[in-house]
Design a protein around this ligand. Structure first.
Ligand code: 5AD
Ligand code: SF4
Length: 420
C-alpha cells in the first residue's frame, strides 16, 4: 500500500511540474520519506535517516515525511527534526502538490476523503498495476496502529476502480493487484448511498476487463472469507491462486484478546475450504509472537496451525507495543528473550516446511508472467500461485505469460526454462 501511495505522490507531483526520479541523493531537489508505523523499528529509523539525508543532500533540497508515521507523529516530527519541510499523513497524499512548496506544512487529517479522487498516472512497473479499492480499516485489532493512522474505512466507487484498471491495461498491464487494508470487506462503506457492490461482485466486474489476465489482492481478513468469496476465488480463472490469510495467532483465547473476531477452528476451517476448492492455491500468512499474555500453550497452538496449514510464505514478527492501541496497556507483556526464542522456533520450522515445498517443485511446470529484466541475461516473473521465477532470456519475454519448467529450486525462488 505504501508503494502505491508513493506512486500516487509521484503522479500528482508530475501533474504540477515534471519531476525525474533519482537514486542519487546528491542530485535530488526533493526527498520524500514514505513511512510505516506498524512496528516501532521503522519509526526509530526515520530520525536517523533524516539525519543522513540532511548531511548528504543538496543545500536547498527539501525533505518531506509522509505515510503512517507522519499521521501519528504529525508536527512532532518537525519539532524533533526542523530540517523537515513538510509532513503529510497516509490519508492525505493527494495534497502533496499543496504542501511541497510550503515550509513546515502539516496535513494529517485521518478522515480526509480521497475516495472519489482520481489520481494522476504513474506506475513503477508498466506490466503490472496496483489499484486501491478501499482506504482505512473498520477493525480495532488491539495490537494495531493502522486504524489510528489510516482512518475510517471507505470503499472506492467501483466505476473508478474499473476505469483505473482499464487505463493500466491499455498501456500494457496484464496484471492488477487490488489493495485495501481489509480488502474483502469491500463495499461496506461507500460514500454514495446507491452504490451496492461487495468484494466478490467487484472481482467479477474486474475479471470482465478485456486484456486483463491476472488479478491479485491484498490483504484479506479471514473473518470475511465466506463460502461465496472462496468459491469465486477457486473458480474464476483470472484470480491468481495465491491467497494471504493472516493468522496472527493460533490460540483462540489470544485471538480474542487481539480482537480478531475468529477462532483457531474458524481459521483452519477456512484454509481447509481453500484447499478443498482449490488444491493448487498457495497460502501465505502473518504471525505475531509474544503478544501480551501468550503462554507456551498459546504459542504451541500457533505451531499447530503452521503444521496443519503448511503456509508457503510466512511473515512473522515479534509483538511491538504501539501508541493508540489497547494491547500496549495490557498486563503480562512478554519478555524480549521469550518472544525472540519463539520467533526463532517458528521461523526454523517454517523454513523446513518451505524447503520441502520447494524441493517438490523440481520438474514442475508453471505459467509465468515475466515483468522484470535482471542482471546477467535473466528475466524474472511470477507464476500464477505467486512463486518467483528466474529464466535466461531478454526483453522479448517481458509482458508475456509462458510455460516454464523448473530446473533448479531454492528457498526463495525457482529457476527454469521456457517451454516451446
Ligand atoms: N507488533 C508486531 N506486529 C504487528 N503487526 C501489526 N501490528 C503489529 C504490532 N504491534 C503485523 C501483523 C500484520 C502485519 C502487517 O504486521 O501481523 O498483519
Ligand atoms: Fe490492523 Fe486489524 Fe485493521 Fe489489519 S484488520 S489493519 S491488523 S486493525
Amino acid at each position: 500500500m505504501n508503494v502505491r501511495d508513493s506512486e500516487h505522490m509521484i503522479a500528482e507531483l508530475n501533474c504540477k511540474e515534471p519531476y525525474e526520479l533519482t537514486q542519487e541523493l546528491k542530485e535530488a531537489d526533493l526527498i520524500i520519506i514514505n513511512t510505516c508505523s506498524v512496528r516501532e523499528k521503522p519509526v526509530s529509523k526515520l530520525f536517523s535517516e533524516i539525519g543522513v539525508f540532511n548531511k548528504f543532500k543538496k543545500k536547498d533540497a527539501k525533505i518531506g515525511v509522509t505515510g503512517c508515521t507522519a499521521s501519528h507523529l504529525g508536527k512532532d516530527i518537525i519539532k524533533r527534526a526542523p530540517v523537515v519541510d513538510f509532513v503529510l499523513g497516509a490519508r492525505n497524499i493527494s495534497k502533496i502538490t499543496q504542501v511541497v512548496d510550503k515550509r513546515h506544512a502539516v496535513e494529517i487529517d485521518i478522515n480526509y476523503d480521497d475516495s472519489s479522487y482520481a489520481f494522476g498516472e504513474y506506475r513503477s512497473n508498466g506490466f503490472k498495476s496496483m489499484v486501491n479499492i478501499s482506504m482505512g480499516c473498520d477493525k480495532s485489532c488491539t495490537y494495531c496502529i493502522v486504524p489510528a493512522t489510516r482512518g475510517d474505512e471507505v470503499s472506492i466507487p467501483s466505476n473508478l476502480i474499473i476505469n483505473e484498471i482499464e487505463k493500466a491495461v491499455k498501456t500494457g498491464a496484464k496484471e492488477v493487484m487490488l489493495l485495501g487494508q481489509n480488502v474483502n470487506n469491500y463495499g461496506k462503506y461507500f460514500t454514495a448511498n446507491d452504490e451496492k457492490c461487495n468484494f466478490t461482485k467487484l472481482l467479477q466486474k474486474v475479471s470482465k476487463i478485456e486484456g486483463l489476465e491476472r488479478i491479485r489482492f491484498t490483504s484479506p481478513h479471514p473473518l470475511h472469507m465466506d463460502d461465496e468469496f472462496l468459491e469465486e476465488f477457486a473458480s474464476n480463472p483470472k484470480l491468481c491462486k495465491q491467497i494471504h490469510v493472516p493468522l496472527q495467532s493460533g490460540s483462540s483465547s489470544l485471538l480474542k484478546s487481539m480482537r480478531r473476531g475468529y477462532s483457531k477452528e474458524w481459521f483452519i476451517n477456512r484454509c481447509e475450504k481453500i484447499r478443498e476448492l482449490c488444491p493448487e492455491a498457495t497460502i501465505s500468512t502473518d504471525i505475531i509472537v509474544g503478544f501480551p499474555g501468550e503462554s507456551e500453550e498459546d504459542f504451541e497452538d500457533t505451531m499447530d496451525v503452521l503444521e496443519k496449514v503448511r503456509f508457503e510464505q510466512l511473515f512473522s514478527f515479534k509483538y511491538s507495543p504501539r501508541p493508540h492501541t489497547d494491547a500496549a496497556e495490557f498486563d503480562r507483556q512478554i519478555s524480549n528473550e521469550v518472544s525472540g526464542a519463539r520467533l526463532t522456533k517458528l521461523q526454523a520450522r517454517h523454513t523446513e516446511i518451505l524447503d520441502e515445498i520447494m524441493d517438490g517443485q523440481m520438474g514442475a511446470e508453471h505459467m509465468v508472467y515475466f515483468d522484470e529484466l535482471k542482471a546477467g541475461g535473466k528475466v524474472s516473473g511470477r507464476s500464477d500461485d505467486g512463486k518467483l521465477f528466474f529464466v535466461e532470456g531478454s526483453e522479448e519475454l517481458l509482458g508475456k505469460i509462458k510455460k516454464v519448467k523448473v530446473t533448479k529450486t531454492s528457498r526463495g525462488a525457482l529457476e527454469g526454462i521456457v517451454c516451446a
